[in-house]
Ligand binder design. Structure first.
Ligand code: NAG
Ligand code: NAG
Ligand code: NAG
Ligand code: NAG
Ligand code: NAG
Ligand code: NAG
Length: 678
């Protein structure tokens, strides 16, 4: 890799990560439909259908029909211990259009044990239940109803325009006239069957056992009113099975309305993502009355001017459609199985069209852009990876979403992903303080000139360095030992150690190396890693193990303590060898970064350097585990004083033979210069 790209690596504030995805536990579900054009994972029955414009129509205004739409896959609603209800959150936009005055019956958001609701009949009860099983606890049906009729007060309804919470019964446990509260405490009525889109939020806090329901008309109140319409204490546990289905139900009877759902966001274990109200599909409204004669005359008079306008507008629309089509996602079926997928369009907007001005850096695996998500205003780092592996992508995405459950304070959070042709886009939390590499070596400057990078204005203090090293070690212990299966990072290095606002270390880019391995030609061994951090056996066997991570961590220890790169880009000096020589002379502490001017704890410095040498031993069996490393760093155990100063076979590896291997482009040194430096 050229010095220029080294520099960029250093600059890569955000590089990285795949870390983890986190936040969500594996069973958590998160989906968002801005319109239902691609609703392959909805199952519809009865009169439910998706209209061409993308609106989900539950019923038309024929009498006595019902329609259901459920998310295809079950959602885990009770934790594995069978004691805790999962918190969930949903937002949707519905629209009820009636033919005349007073239609019916309304629609409901449903959580049910089965996609076929027990005993449900058209004619009544919103298609939720039948006369014979009202109130039966074995129904396992929970619903929030948006009801537009009042059945003689039999169902504990407040009026013919209300919102209610139903458990196994249409007799609502709580019911309120449809309304919302303004911030100044005022209450405004909402007419459910107004033929206007209405947004509804249903949130259940599984630990506090509080259910909140809020509604507001989209056009006048686009954001959620602070005070919910209904805030109801209810323990859903007895009513839930571990796996439930979520969706909508609606029916008509003697009175009929067309019931539509225009958009739907749902999530367990966190707040549902907001709906993009600018993209709501339209619904067919009542036919407009025929125009009167005078209107017809005016129309004729205006038609000439209009023609010109139309042509101009048509061209504009055509261009717009073209651009829109260019940004649209074409999904392969398997992609729908994996959560946290971002629409390409959203990432395109967030990064201003992957503009160069938003580029944070470019490194081995791809470019990283700064982005601001339009809806949440969250700042993120979007990494764009051009994969050369056709078949690798699918496995990798599966892995990304399975690793999505990992969460650790020393791992960078992966927020989501998007596949676009051969490009994979990964969305990470933004790390404001950049990478350890940039802080140690001064970022971009390192690559621009062949001379050693100028030191950053304020080099990291010794204490900061040690804290960062401890953090990285603890992230690696999590990957190696605490996760349900062993995860090898494969690319531990300073540019993959990112710093949060509190200067806490977060390890990133994890898992990317695997993409390259998946993608490679199975006939050749592809070694991925960065020279200077690669254990000797890795270059021979090509097999990454926890011990190869420990080796790389050893290089990181030496690098952070000395402020020198594992292989000096200018002189080619091998840092491991250089530190070992200090050790042999009994002056290990002299290897500490001179920019610290001696401001460091000498005992601790010796420990860090010695531990670096211990982790960098050529024989993998001789290296400690990451857990031991943590114990040594914390002083709980003494670092073994074994013969780590002995020049071992690491120095006799024939690097000339390596040229037959394929090096990842992220190797920070070419084989040639490494060779020259030795
Ligand atoms: C309304 O939906 C029902 C049930 O799907 C269907 O049979 C009927 O043709 C529809 N009516 C109109 C006017 O589309
Ligand atoms: C709805 O309106 C159409 C004409 O606009 C009419 O044919 C139909 O019978 C009406 N349906 C109901 C249930 O009133
Ligand atoms: C809900 O109301 C039903 C009666 O309609 C009652 O049996 C049930 O206990 C109530 N559930 C809660 C949680 O209030
Ligand atoms: C009817 O609703 C009210 C509040 O809306 C609630 O206090 C009452 O318990 C409900 N009755 C039944 C039978 O659920
Ligand atoms: C709102 O609806 C309630 C219940 O139907 C009614 O009593 C009240 O008068 C309405 N308020 C306004 C301002 O229309
Ligand atoms: C429900 O609403 C109450 C009152 O506004 C609020 O304190 C609580 O945090 C809300 N809970 C959820 C899960 O939205």
């Amino acid at each position: 890799m050229s010095p220029a790209s080294i520099a960029v690596l250093g600059h890569l504030a955000v590089l990285s990560l795949l870390a983890h995805c986190l936040l969500l536990s594996s069973a958590d579900v998160d989906f968002l439909y801005n319109g239902f054009h691609n609703a392959a994972d909805l199952s519809l029955d009865g009169s439910a259908t998706v209209l061409r414009g993308g609106a989900l129509q539950l019923t038309n205004d024929s009498n006595n029909i019902m329609g259901h739409a459920f998310f295809n896959s079950p959602v885990q609603m009770v934790r594995d211990n069978n004691a805790d209800v999962v918190s969930f959150s949903t937002v949707f936009v519905f629209d009820i259009v009636t033919n005349g005055s007073g239609g019916g019956h309304g629609l409901a958001f449903v959580v049910a044990a089965s996609k076929v609701l027990p005993g449900a009949t058209a004619e009544q009860y919103l298609g939720l239940l039948g006369k014979n099983n009202m109130g039966d606890p074995s129904n396992h049906v929970f619903a929030v109803e948006f009801d537009t009729v009042q059945a003689n007060g039999l169902l504990n309804e407040t009026n013919g325009n209300h919102v209610g919470v139903d458990l196994n019964s249409l007799v609502s446990n709580v019911s309120e006239p449809a309304a919302y509260f303004t911030d100044d405490g005022g209450e405004r009525n909402v007419t459910l069957e107004s033929a206007q889109p209405i947004q509804a939020w249903v949130d259940y806090d599984g630990s506090a056992k509080i259910l909140n329901v809020t509604i507001a008309p989209v056009t006048s109140v686009p954001t959620r009113p602070r005070r919910p319409l209904i805030s109801h204490a209810v323990d859903l546990l007895p009513n839930l099975k571990q796996e439930m289905y979520v969706g909508f139900s609606s029916s008509t009877g003697k009175l009929a309305s067309s019931h539509y759902v225009l958009a739907w966001s749902f999530r367990t274990g966190g707040a549902a993502r907001p709906i993009d109200l600018s993209r709501l599909p339209r619904v067919p409204k009542k036919p407009a009355p025929p125009p009167s004669a005078s209107v017809v005359i005016k129309i004729v008079a205006l038609s000439c001017a209009a023609t010109v306008t139309v042509i101009v507008a048509a061209i504009g629309v055509a261009l717009w459609l073209r651009r829109r089509a260019a940004l649209a996602d074409t999904l392969e079926e398997w992609e729908l199985d994996h959560p946290h997928r971002f629409p390409y369009r959203e990432l395109y907007m967030a990064t201003k069209g992957f503009k160069n001005s938003e580029l944070l850096g470019a490194g081995g695996f791809g470019q990283v852009y700064r982005g601001v998500l339009r809806r949440s205003r969250d700042v993120v780092a979007v990494k764009r990876i051009s994969s050369n592996g056709k078949q690798g992508m699918r496995e990798f995405v599966a892995e990304v979403s399975s690793l999505g459950q990992m969460r650790h304070r020393n791992l960078v959070e992966l927020r989501g992903w998007c596949k676009r042709g051969q490009d994979l886009l990964l969305v990470y939390e933004f790390m404001p303080n950049g990478s350890l590499d940039a802080l140690l070596f001064g970022g971009a400057a390192a690559g621009k000139s062949p001379s050693p990078a100028p030191a950053p204005a304020t080099p990291l203090t010794w204490e900061q360095r040690v804290r960062i090293l401890r953090g990285v070690a603890s992230g690696l212990v999590y990957l190696h030992e605490e996760w349900e299966h062993v995860v090898v990072h494969r690319d531990v290095k300073a540019s993959n150690v990112l710093l949060g606002a509190d200067m806490g270390a977060r390890l990133g880019d994890f898992g990317l190396a695997r993409l390259y391995e998946h993608g490679g030609d199975p006939a050749t061994t592809r070694v991925v890693g960065t020279l200077g951090y690669m254990a000797p056996e890795l270059t021979v066997t090509g097999k990454a193990t926890t011990a190869t991570d420990v080796f790389a961590y050893g290089a990181l220890l030496l690098e952070a303590a000395t402020g020198r790169r594992p292989i000096d880009p200018v002189t080619g000096v091998n840092l491991l060898r250089w530190v070992r020589e200090h050790g042999v002379r009994g002056e290990l502490v002299h290897a500490v970064d001179e920019r610290l001017d001696g401001r460091c704890d000498k005992e601790e410095a010796r420990l860090v350097l010695w531990l670096g040498l211990t982790c960098s031993q050529a024989r993998p069996e001789a290296r400690p585990s990451m857990r031991q490393v943590c114990q040594y760093l914390d002083g709980e155990e003494d670092v073994p004083e074994e013969a780590v100063l002995v020049f071992s076979d690491v120095d006799s590896v024939d690097f000339g033979s390596l040229t037959s291997l394929t090096w990842s482009s992220c190797a920070t040194m070419s084989v040639g210069s490494l060779h020259g430096g030795r």
